[in-house]
Design a protein around this ligand. Structure first.
Ligand code: TYD
Length: 226
């Protein structure tokens, strides 16, 4: 992977943890401070990401075996890095990605061996920080239920959410055993404004020493972002 100048930040957490809402708020916060910011997500909008979403929605005639799905997520990741993330980082931008590597360990780790997931993702760039939106699965389920008209995807049953929450805890070293990755834990069950403040508090220290970023002083919050 080429040397990057920008900052690569990732948000992880179960469905209904509020990641994507906060990602867009945080992107607006960076931009308001004069820092060009790419907000992106995985599975990506590329061809492999689109294929993955068809599998997740059950639109392919035969379900993909777990190891095949793990490889598709890893392939989508490398494609997404090459197409969007790396070019933005090379331009010195902040890249905020909704779901990344830890999603593969948490989700694909339920059906594939961790070594397999690790090997498939060996070439993927490590983010500078991963924010883990930790939330009670019951709260997440209530939020999912409140989302109008959305189709339920494969992973959104109560049992699955609970298993994935436990898998995330394990990936981030919050259960027994070592962490697969370091993460900053965000209490995602809190009020959205408090969650946002916690995200800002985690990200602000990353900016100052990074010579690749626009050196706008991060003083008081811009209007409407506090
Ligand atoms: P996403 O659209 O982020 O779902 P949601 O908004 O409901 O949280 O992601 C789609 C699904 O893809 C989600 O259920 C998690 C799954 N996923 C994996 O299983 N492995 C991965 O590596 C990634 C990035 C996502």
């Amino acid at each position: 992977m080429p040397v990057t100048r920008g900052l690569f930040l990732v948000m992880e957490g179960i469905d209904g943890s509020g990641r994507s809402t906060q990602l867009h708020r945080l992107a607006a916060w960076f931009r308001a401070h004069g820092i060009p910011t790419l907000a992106t997500f995985e599975p990506s909008t590329g061809a492999i990401g689109q294929l993955i979403r068809r599998y997740l929605r059950g639109e392919e005639p035969v379900a993909a075996p777990p190891d095949a799905l793990a490889l598709l997520f890893a392939a989508d990741r490398l494609e997404h890095l090459a197409r969007e993330v790396q070019p933005a980082l090379a331009r010195g931008e902040v890249v905020l990605c909704d779901r990344y590597l830890a999603s593969s360990f948490a989700y694909q780790g339920l059906g594939s061996a961790p070594e397999f997931v690790r090997a498939a993702n060996a070439r993927a760039l490590r983010p500078v920080i991963t924010l883990y939106f930790k939330v009670d699965p019951e709260i997440a389920l209530a939020r999912i239920a409140a989302r109008d008209g959305e189709r339920r995807e494969l992973f959104e049953t109560r049992e699955q959410l609970t298993r994935i929450a436990a898998a995330y805890d394990a990936v981030f070293g919050l259960a027994d055993g070592p962490a697969e990755f370091p993460a900053t834990v965000i209490d995602a069950g809190a009020h959205p404004d408090a969650v946002f403040e916690a995200c800002v508090a985690a990200c602000r220290p990353l900016l100052t020493p990074n010579p690749g970023l626009v050196p706008t002083p991060l003083g008081p919050e811009p209007p409407g972002q506090a």
